[in-house]
Design a binder for this molecule. Structure first.
Ligand SMILES: *Cc1c(COP(=O)(O)O)cnc(C)c1O
Length: 379
């Protein structure tokens, strides 16, 4: 299944990297646990593989599937989403200046604050929805890479990937896009001009809250791809074969799950947006959302992540989170079960999320039950 296939995403999700096993005809792929592969006396490769940390057949299938779904030229999978982010950022030369979103996954913020400066890489937080601000940050000093996340965590801010890719190109910067919330089912950043797409496959790809993983998909197999691949080989943050296999299994049902996730989220957002206890619903599918028009242009649907801000502030947020029965209080997202989290409570000593905010991952339960749960909790 080539990355340039014209088949529909749902078909690609089922068939990419899914050829029956050549040896046995098994329709489900084998899990190759071998750490080492036979070679000739002078190290001649016989199968294309040498050592699991460098590459293995189960990982290859997943990378083929991810590159195909994102429309990229190649993919690299990692032990976690954070390992994937580090894989890109640590491949930048010392002295690099990068732009990161003002609203983003907390791990990226920690990486930028604690670890990148040790390598003399400096991150500047910018509102990626404010294109003149991004342009100004690029004009002020050379930028090696612009990192975007759309929709973003936890405010669901939307940025215009095509416009940002034009700014990045004009300034000789790479554009990397965290596509975890949208998945390639809803948004394909490579087709919008991104150079690298990142996923925490822990979320929607895995889909069942039981497998950690991360991925990078590259628009080109160029020197940068080789650098990141070589770093992964040597630094070792690789995905275990069993985790690759579980993630591959998640790919098969990803489009079907996303359709129901999105339909549920839309219904829940409509209900919450009219509830008197709620001040604000951050969901790009709502016409009132600041990024709605851009999301409508670059996404095929609006995803199943949202956050709500309660009129009663922190106290009302905690009380609501405590009363919900079907929404489990837990971090993470993208599983079958609905989750809710008071982000400010889990962000450590210096929380950045508003105290009145709850982040919601809308699951695959029946929507009437989810709405009824909020009805009883929001009193
Ligand atoms: C979870 C997440 C990450 C980090 O991924 P891990 O698999 O937990 O390391 C990065 N970005 C976003 C948007 C996420 O939701």
């Amino acid at each position: 299944m080539s990355a340039t296939s014209t088949l529909h995403p749902a078909t690609l999700a089922v068939h990419a990297g899914a050829e029956p096993d050549a040896e046995t005809g098994a329709v489900a792929p084998p899990i190759h646990l071998a750490t080492t592969f036979r070679h000739g006396p002078a190290g001649e490769r016989q199968s294309g593989y040498e050592y699991q940390r460098e590459g293995n057949p189960t990982q290859d299938r997943l990378e083929t599937a991810l590159a195909t779904l994102e429309g990229g030229a190649g993919a690299l999978v990692f032990a976690s989403g954070m390992a994937a982010i580090s894989g890109v950022l640590e491949a930048l030369p010392p002295g690099s200046r990068i732009l990161i979103p003002d609203d983003c996954y907390s791990g990226l913020r920690y990486l930028a604050a604690e670890f990148l400066p040790e390598r003399d890489v400096h991150a500047i937080a910018v509102d990626m929805a404010d294109l003149p601000a991004v342009e100004a940050a690029c004009a002020a000093a050379p930028v090696a890479l612009i990192w975007v996340e759309t929709p973003s965590n936890p405010l669901l801010k939307v940025c215009d990937v095509a416009a940002l890719s034009r700014i990045a190109r004009a300034h000789g910067a790479l554009l990397a896009c965290d596509n975890t919330f949208a998945t390639p089912v809803l948004q394909r950043p490579v087709s919008l001009g991104a150079d690298v797409v990142m996923h925490s496959t822990t979320k929607y790809f895995g889909g069942h809250s039981d497998v950690l993983g991360g991925a990078l998909v590259f628009a080109r197999r160029d020197d940068f791809f080789d650098r990141v691949a070589h770093r992964r080989h040597i630094t070792g943050a690789v995905l275990a074969p069993f985790n690759a296999w579980l993630t591959l299994r998640g790919c098969r049902s990803l489009p079907a799950r996303m359709a129901l996730h999105c339909a549920n989220a839309r219904r829940l957002a409509d209900f919450l947006a009219t509830h008197p206890a709620i001040k604000r619903v951050n969901y790009p599918g709502l016409a009132a959302h600041a990024g709605h028009a851009v999301a409508a242009r670059q996404m095929s649907d609006y995803g199943a992540m949202m956050s709500i801000q309660l009129r009663g502030g922190r106290e009302a947020a905690l009380s609501t989170a405590g009363k919900l029965r079907l929404f489990t209080n837990a971090t993470s997202l993208g599983g079958c079960e609905s989750l809710i989290e008071h982000r400010a409570s889990v962000e450590g000593a210096h929380p950045v999320s508003p105290q009145d905010l709850l982040r919601i991952s809308v699951g695959l339960e029946h929507i009437d039950d989810l709405v009824a749960d909020f009805e009883q909790a929001l009193v």
